[in-house]
Design a protein around this ligand. Structure first.
Ligand code: NAP
Length: 276
């Protein structure tokens, strides 16, 4: 079987079109504040693309560039100002932060109702309790990609490799809420290839170039590759060996052009939700 590539770019473009229409009907413009501490080049690129994406759908963006040596107390004050600013509906703190700043402390200072990254513990709790809240963007987008292949996931066995707060854990919750049987794998999991080969849905978020080979994948599985690994030649590769795995999978996301575009589209979606 040669599986179809799941076109994340096209699905994200459809979502952005829908969001642009929603924004055009609103009486106020949604506003997203993006906080960038320091000048990490990768973070600069991510922030730039988020701001550009906001403009395209009609969301106002407010960039807060802060020096790398800012104290935690001053960063918390900046967050507080944005928490009380009525023009700001969503606040995104670009990670990673410089070593002297504690990301958890800073995230916990964001008003949970403006936490469009979905990383505040209250939103994590809402997700687990299946209450309305903000769902982290990458798992939210990954679920949309899975559902673009198969709407009803009831009873399917999903294996997720990775258990980060940013991706693995919320992805597990989302698939559990879709009535999948979820196995959460990580660096201490035994017999990982064998475990993965039993998955109807395999989601990989590790950060190791082409770790998942064809013999890790069940015939006809849906495979979502979240990994982003920059090669020496500057090209991006995922955590899954795409060329060989696509021969076995029913559908698979490429890197680039799979999960990546969905992350930003879901950030826009969360910001609009925050403004409603
Ligand atoms: P992370 O916090 O570093 O988590 C990596 C996870 O992989 C951990 O749970 C770790 O297990 C597990 N792991 C590491 N080595 C392993 C191994 N040999 N076998 C099995 N599991 C292993 O990373 P993350 O933030 O979740 O991101 C994961 C990847 O997704 C990265 O490449 C990142 O760049 C990418 N990403 C992409 C997007 C996007 O928009 N496309 C968004 C977010 C992340 P332990 O918990 O046991 O250490």
């Amino acid at each position: 079987m040669s599986g179809a590539l799941i076109d994340g770019k096209a699905i994200a473009a459809d979502l952005r079109k829908e969001l642009t229409e929603t924004v055009s009907k609103l009486s106020k413009k949604p506003g997203l504040a993006v906080i960038l501490v320091g000048n990490d080049p990768a973070s600069e690129v991510y922030v730039g693309s988020k701001i550009k994406a906001c403009e395209k759908v009609g969301i106002l963006s407010f960039e807060r560039r802060l020096p790398a040596d800012i104290s935690e107390a001053d960063l918390l004050k900046e967050i507080e100002l944005l928490n009380t600013d009525d023009a700001v509906h969503g606040i995104l703190l670009q990670l990673p932060l410089p070593d002297h700043l504690d990301a958890n402390t800073c995230i916990q200072h964001i008003n949970p109702d403006k936490d469009v990254d979905g990383l505040h513990p209250l939103n994590t709790g809402r997700l687990v309790a299946e209450l309305d809240g903000f769902v982290p963007c990458t798992p939210q987008g990954s679920l949309m990609l899975i559902k673009s292949v198969q709407e009803d996931l009831t009873g399917l066995h999903a294996v997720i490799i990775g258990r980060s707060l940013l991706f693995g854990k919320p992805m597990g919750q989302l698939l559990l809420s879709e009535n999948c049987t979820v196995t959460q794998a990580h660096s201490k999991t035994r017999d990982l290839p064998k475990l993965c080969a039993r998955a109807d849905i395999l989601v990989v978020a590790v950060g190791r170039s082409e770790m998942v080979k064809a013999d890790w994948v069940k015939d006809g599985a849906i495979v979502i590759d979240v990994g982003i690994n920059r090669q020496e030649d500057g090209k991006l590769k995922g955590d899954v060996a795409l060329d060989e795995v696509k021969e076995k999978a029913r559908a698979i996301t490429p890197v680039p052009g799979g999960v990546g575009p969905m992350t930003i589209a879901c950030l826009l979606k969360n910001t609009i939700k925050a403004a409603l």
